[in-house]
Design a protein around this ligand. Structure first.
Ligand SMILES: Cc1cc2nc3c(=O)[nH]c(=O)nc-3n(C[C@H](O)[C@H](O)[C@H](O)COP(=O)(O)O)c2cc1C
Length: 199
């Protein structure tokens, strides 16, 4: 590696250190998920403006208070990732015109107090900036309304600048989600609103 390349690498690392960290939660665990593909478009909207990582939440079990202590490794891992982030951005399908149960389950886990001796105490989500995009063919408004109620209730600072996307017809055949210009513009606007809330 040349000296110039080494300097470039150091400079890039310094830039990354200064940028805020946004945790993406792809609200579908499906291989090839269109919501995951929507998230990839949002990642482009944040390029050079924030560090993006994706939450690995596939091992979080169905919530039961019996499972809360001792803290399970999968639960600790999602808590740690959320605590380390400056903001979370959820990309959500609509399941039966509602928040998918799997995502609600994750948020239920994350909403629990870190110290259960005081169940009203701070959770990993306490005062965390959050936002949501919805990719579905129907039910955007219902799902958005549910998040608008839920996210402040679980004490996140909700950025209400949502992107609504639809699955393009060809995606059902070839698995490739194509974001329209309108959706890309919505993502840009949402990214700017999110950055403004954390910077
Ligand atoms: C249980 C279930 C319920 C669904 N309900 C809706 C719905 O209310 N509105 C809708 O547009 N699509 C609905 N769908 C279709 C999903 O939006 C579609 O499968 C989408 O691709 C899921 O997102 P993903 O590609 O990120 O997995 C439903 C799918 C499932 C599995």
């Amino acid at each position: 590696m040349s000296i110039l390349d080494t300097f470039k690498k150091i400079f890039k690392k310094e830039e990354e250190k200064e940028m805020k960290n946004i945790l993406f939660i792809a609200g579908s665990l499906r291989e090839g998920s269109f919501n995951h593909q929507l998230a990839a478009n949002a990642e482009k909207a944040l390029e050079g403006k924030a560090n993006v990582t994706y939450l690995n939440w596939k091992d979080v079990p169905v919530f039961s208070q019996d499972l809360e202590t001792p803290v399970l490794p999968a639960v600790q891992a999602v808590r740690d990732a959320v605590v380390a982030a400056d903001a979370i951005w959820i990309f959500s399908p609509a399941y039966n015109f509602a928040i998918p149960g799997s995502v609600k389950n994750l948020l239920d886990w994350l909403s629990r107090a870190l110290d259960l001796s005081d169940t009203t105490g701070a959770s990993a989500l306490q005062d965390k900036v959050s936002t949501v995009s919805v990719l579905a063919n129907g039910g955007h408004e219902q799902v958005a309304e549910a998040y608008r109620n839920l996210m402040p209730f679980i004490r996140t600072n909700f950025v209400d600048e949502l992107t609504f996307a639809k699955v393009n017809d060809s995606a059902w055949a070839d698995g490739k989600f194509v974001a329209t210009e309108d959706v890309l513009a919505q993502l840009d606007k949402q990214a700017e609103a999110l950055l403004a809330a954390i910077n």
